[in-house]
Design a binder for this molecule. Structure first.
Ligand code: NAG
Length: 467
């Protein structure tokens, strides 16, 4: 028992190397080389050069966006007269957010006061033919006020307690703030890749102090100018300012940071993209097109009474979406990618083996040569069947024994000498079984014997059992 363990531990110190069978088959050979070439091409071309598999990447980008709009427009409406719109009026909310709305068109209902007036004929729940259809205290569903119990004959709607008069009419079909096309948006974007401790802004340092006051973003001429014309931004989505301005719409501005931090910091720059977010094929006629909402401005008159101006505003909503990823060389992904490439080579070995051993016309020959069943029984049978002199070709595996300690070799030799005819010339043995050529008969010199000896199956098996 102790001896067995001793052998086991000694055998741990042995280095085992694989032995290969070379199949002289050009078809499978070429196939395998092509596969290897493919894997190498994939690894170098796609994984390393194209996908930058040698880099560690970071896809979480921390970013902050600040916007500022500039431009004014003067509007003139029949109910409301002249009105000057500055950025503080048309940008909602005004604090310079990542998402902002620009008023391009509006419908105003000036001087609304709390009182009694007929419900708008646009509200279905407001229709009536008699007072009983307007129960007092009930609010109009999707309407403007609370029913008072009276049905007004001249409009055919209930009387309501509300901000009067209620809104009526439609927004102009031409945008009121046509000059919004020439408003400018200044986008400041600060980003950080926390893993690499890298931060940058889209406002690049420039020695020219007036550059930021005069430049306009242009994909070709000023790709890093952070100031955009509203009209241009909409044109780049493939729509026209007029399409969106009258009914409203939504535009996404993408800022993409793709940074290769192995290169210089100055090559890490943002790329802008523009898309219309509320688009669909039948947009012009669908109820979902456009974007509007209402707000009111409240005032007190000289008598202390409150009145308000109600605005229904149409406009363009901008969403600024920041995306990015950064990559930097790292040893771990490099090793992993090389490892998986090598594993793929293994798949090629498997596939070529399958083809060679099962799909070629001479597959059975290759199978016979490659696989060797060693069982106690078959070993003896074979020996009996083929006679002693044939047995010694079959044990190519025993090459390994060459570097065994000399005492073991002694044991082997002593057995094999009994079972073999040492005088038998080797080449003669070979000529007996040409199909065994790849497995040259095994022979070696042992320190204690002068001649060459070959091993028979029985002898090796016996030694194996002895171990
Ligand atoms: C916007 O500016 C351009 C050039 O400055 C001008 O030609 C155009 O008329 C302006 N658009 C509007 C609606 O004012």
């Amino acid at each position: 028992m102790a001896q067995t363990w001793g052998h086991f531990f000694f055998s741990l110190l042995d280095y085992k190397t694989e032995k290969f069978v070379i199949a002289k088959n050009k078809k499978v050979g070429v196939l395998f080389r092509l596969f290897q070439l493919g894997v190498i091409g994939y690894l170098i071309g796609w994984v390393f050069i194209w996908k930058k598999g040698y880099q560690e990447t970071e896809e979480t980008i921390q970013s902050s966006v600040v916007t500022k709009l500039k431009g004014v427009d003067l509007t003139n409406s029949s109910q409301f007269g002249l009105q000057l719109w500055g950025a503080e009026d048309y940008v909602i909310p005004p604090q310079g957010d990542r998402v902002f709305f620009i008023v391009t068109n509006y419908l105003v209902t000036p001087n609304q006061r709390l009182g009694y007036c007929p419900e708008s004929p646009k509200v279905p729940d407001g229709f009536c033919t008699s007072d009983s259809e307007c129960p007092e205290g009930e609010s109009v569903i999707a309407g403007h006020g609370v029913k008072t119990g009276r049905c007004l004959n001249d409009t055919g709607t209930c009387e309501i307690h509300a901000w009067c008069p209620v809104e009526h009419g439609k927004a102009p079909t031409e945008p009121m703030l046509a000059k919004a096309e020439n408003f400018t948006v200044y986008v400041k974007n600060f980003i950080k890749f926390p893993k690499f401790g890298f931060s940058k802004s889209n406002v690049l340092p420039t020695s020219n102090s007036t550059y930021l006051k005069t430049c306009k973003y242009d994909k070709d001429h000023h790709p890093y100018c952070p100031i955009f014309l509203v009209g241009d931004m909409i044109n780049w989505t493939g729509f026209h300012f007029q399409d969106l301005a009258a009914k409203g719409g939504s535009v996404g501005v993408g800022i993409e940071w793709n940074c290769n931090l192995d290169k210089d910091e100055s090559r890490c720059n943002p790329e802008y993209s523009f898309t219309r977010l509320d688009s669909s094929d039948n947009l012009q006629h669908s109820a979902t097109s456009g974007y509007n909402f209402r707000f009111a401005r409240y005032y007190n008159d000289a008598a202390g009474q409150t009145f308000r101006n109600l605005f229904k505003v149409y406009g363009i909503r901008f969403d600024i979406l920041v995306n990015g990823k950064a990559g930097k060389f790292s040893i771990i992904p490099t090793v992993i990618n090389i490892g998986s490439g090598l594993a793929l080579m293994g798949a090629g070995v498997f596939a070529c083996d399958m083809i060679l051993l099962y799909m070629m016309s001479k597959s059975s020959f290759y199978r016979e040569t490659k696989f060797e069943a060693i069982t106690k029984k078959s070993g003896r049978q074979r020996e009996r069947k083929h006679g002693r002199h044939h047995g010694h070709h079959r044990h190519d595996r025993r090459h390994k024994k060459e570097d065994k300690p000399s005492s073991e070799v002694d044991a082997l030799t002593s057995v094999s000498v009994q079972g073999n005819n040492p005088e038998r010339p080797e080449n003669q043995a070979k000529s007996h079984s040409p199909e065994r050529k790849p497995h040259a008969s095994v022979s070696f010199r042992t320190p204690h014997s002068s001649g060459k000896h070959t091993i028979s199956p029985t002898s090796t098996l016996r030694t194996q059992r002895n171990q």
